[in-house]
Design a protein around this ligand. Sequence first.
Ligand code: FES
Length: 145
Amino acid sequence: MYSEKVMDHFQNPRNVGEIENASGMGTVGNAKCGDIMRIYLDIDENHVIRDVKFKTFGCGAAVATSSMATELVKGKTIEEAMQVTNKAVCEALDGLPPVKIHCSLLAEEAIHAALWDYAEKNNIVIEGLEKPKTDIGEEEIEEEY
Ligand code: FES
C-alpha cells in the first residue's frame, strides 16, 4: 500500500526534534483526524533555511511526509521553500494512497505557519504566503503530549 520511500521515511524519519530559539515555529492541526504537527525553522540573515525540525502527534503518513518535506526545504531560501507543496512532497515519496493525501497537507501547512511566524517576527512579507488558518496555540500541543 505504501511506497518504499514512504516506509523508509516513516521508519527512519529525518529531522525529528526541536530547535531552541527557532527563527519561526508553526503548529497546525488536521481537522479530519485531529493529528498535530509542529515545525521549527532556523533561518539565516540571507533568508536561507539552515536547519529544520519537526515534531508530530500524527499518523505514519504524516510522519513520512513531514520527514520528506523537511528534507526538501533544508538549505533552501524561504522563497524556494514556498514551492514545496504537498504535491511535491507526495511526488518525492512516489505517491501516497488517496485516503492519506490529507496527511501530507499537515507538513505544508506547518511549514507555512512557521514561515508566517518568521515573517511576523522580522516584519517582512513573503510572497504568496497567507496567514495559516489552522495554526493552533502553544498550549494545545503540550496537552496532547
Ligand atoms: Fe491524521 Fe494522517 S490520519 S495526519
